[in-house]
Design a protein around this ligand. Structure first.
Ligand code: GLN
Length: 256
């Protein structure tokens, strides 16, 4: 009797170990490079991602770091053109794209999105003495508007006003420079980077009315639902324990 019982126990133990090993092996295989979480971003998007002494820092970098730690992976950040992130995730060059990236229905056809971790706003920057006073005026007039190529600002605006009035730049900062030198009449870009661009360039302001409100999330290859689930689980834990809020507050103080 005793013998049978101990046999059952040891068979059970072996089964458990087998399961644990299998799930361990699976976890290691769920990323492009073993033991690493490869994140593609475009590091000219403060305060979500930007260079500080040759290191990419910001809200996205810190949230990704916290997630990687939970998944027992080493975070590797690659700085690429914003416009190439989704294709790179689709072709398994990167595990995730995290770049203040807005969830859109069209992008959802190409990649999966994690739960959202922040809200974005498409803001309008104009010269301080601009005659443009609100979004309707910008859309209705025949103004030229600078955008960052492939962003939702670019996509929505092209839809609303047509190709001819949209001037595309590979970096948001270049669009803002074009505004400073009068080459475009306005720039449509996410609110937080807009604030830092306006702070860094004299004579610019953000219109009080915004163009669109959006959700930011990480994008992940459609076939990698295992990584998607693991990331969402980690994100939930980091949201519940206040880590995400603390990271956002660190970079965007609510002055409260
Ligand atoms: N939120 C915008 C988008 O997803 C811009 C992101 C970015 O420029 N990094 O298109």
């Amino acid at each position: 009797m005793k013998k049978i019982f101990s046999k059952i126990v040891s068979v059970g133990l072996i089964l458990c170990m087998g399961l644990a090993m299998a799930s361990c092996a699976k976890k290691k295989d769920m990323t492009v490079q073993k033991g690493k979480l490869t994140m593609a971003t475009n590091a000219y998007f403060p305060p979500y991602e930007y260079y500080d002494n040759n290191k990419i820092v910001g809200i996205d970098a810190e949230i990704a770091e916290a997630i990687a730690k939970k998944l027992d992976l080493e975070l590797v950040i690659q700085d690429v053109e914003f416009d190439s992130i989704i294709a790179g995730v689709q072709s398994n060059k990167y595990d995730i794209g995290m770049a203040g990236m807005t969830v859109t229905d069209e992008r959802k056809l190409a990649v999966n999105f994690s739960s959202t971790y922040a809200t974005g706003i498409q803001a309008v920057i104009v010269a301080e003495d601009s005659e443009i006073t609100d979004v309707d005026m910008l859309l209705d007039g025949d103004y030229k508007v600078g955008v960052q190529q492939g962003t939702t600002g670019d996509i929505y605006l092209t839809d609303d006003v047509g190709e001819d009035r949209v001037v595309r730049f590979s970096k948001g900062n270049d669009a803002v420079l074009a505004l400073s030198t009068g080459k475009v009449d306005a720039v449509v870009i996410d609110n937080e980077p807009a604030k830092s661009f306006v702070a860094a360039n004299e004579g610019l302001k953000i219109l009080e009315t915004s163009y669109a409100v959006e959700d930011y999330a990480m994008c992940i290859n459609k076939n990698n639902t295992e990584l998607l689930d693991a990331i969402n689980k980690a994100l939930k834990e980091l949201t519940d324990d206040g880590t995400i809020a603390a990271i956002i507050e660190k970079y965007i103080p609510s002055n409260g």
